[in-house]
Design a binder for this molecule. Sequence first.
Ligand code: NAD
Length: 325
Amino acid sequence: MNLNIGIIGTGWFSKVHGDILAGMDGVRVTAVSGTSLPKAESLAARYPGARGFATLTEMLDSGKLDAVYICVPPMAHGDIEAELIDRAIPFLVEKPLGAELDVPLGILSRLEKKPLIHAVGYHFRYKATIQKLKETLEGATLGMALGSWMGDMPQVSWWRRQEGSGGQFIEQTTHIVDLLRYTAGEVQEVYATYANRVVHNQFENVNVADVGTVTLKLQSGAIANISNTCILPGGVGKSGLSLYTDEGILDWNPDRLEIARAGEKSSYTINDNPYVKENEAFIHALRTGDTSAILSDYADAVKTQRVTWAAFESASSGKPVKIGN
Ligand SMILES: NC(=O)c1ccc[n+]([C@@H]2O[C@H](COP(=O)([O-])OP(=O)(O)OC[C@H]3O[C@@H](n4cnc5c(N)ncnc54)[C@H](O)[C@@H]3O)[C@@H](O)[C@H]2O)c1
């Protein structure tokens, strides 16, 4: 079955998804929309036969799309998903679900009333090393986890505004929070401290924190800390998640997994592309209705958003915040 896909957003990540889709058998990117017609036409020109549109509504009115990829900044979510749900058009939405929590909760409630095939772009779940980590963790008792996302500040203007991106913990470190939930279970409570150290002196109009550390209590009784910074120079960064159990250390980063047990150490470097797997799972679901290969859905991603939003609330109030349902 041939599939026609539309993309909303004309930035970096629209291109990443568009190129993967364009390389898949029987899948065509046929329509692109964004914040202006010229930008939409410019991205559309990359895909043979694709047209650019000034608005999502014009794009959806122009002809049948089998699905839409939503690759817009956090603050731009809400109306897009609502329109797609109203028209019963499946979508893959990039993380995070929003810059705060209310918009994602509203979309979740619409989806519950009118379910359709969808996926969320928490792509690390598709890494073979994460699946290996999950398997290895089975049967062990997790004591604590330490995670991090340490890097430089993305140069897009929306990123430096709290109301635009939600800040680093909501926008980027959400990947590590999501992996913690995916591998170690749900979070019960968070306590966060954030500060502004450097980037507000380097760039205009910055109101996001540039360092932060978040302590998390898990429902299992395990504890965790996930910290982040965006003050580093470009090209100097690291991120990952380490789990400390009664059997040893599971130390993961996007490039490899190291497992250390008493007298034994193994390292796994599997060069799979999780974005390709994520897209294959979604396209398979569109073709067959079988969603079992999709590893992140909206309801689950809202749980990650609850944690990252609670961290922001805690950093703002100076008090621990319990995670709601
Ligand atoms: N999963 C991942 O690894 C990964 C990697 C990069 C980006 N992302 C996510 O993808 C999203 C987009 O990131 P990006 O790097 O492409 O950003 P970008 O700034 O390069 O592009 C964003 C695009 O959205 C468009 N846009 C903004 N508001 C809009 C609106 N209301 N309606 C339609 N279009 C609108 C902009 O014109 C721009 O074309 C972000 O949420 C980001 O977190 C995910």
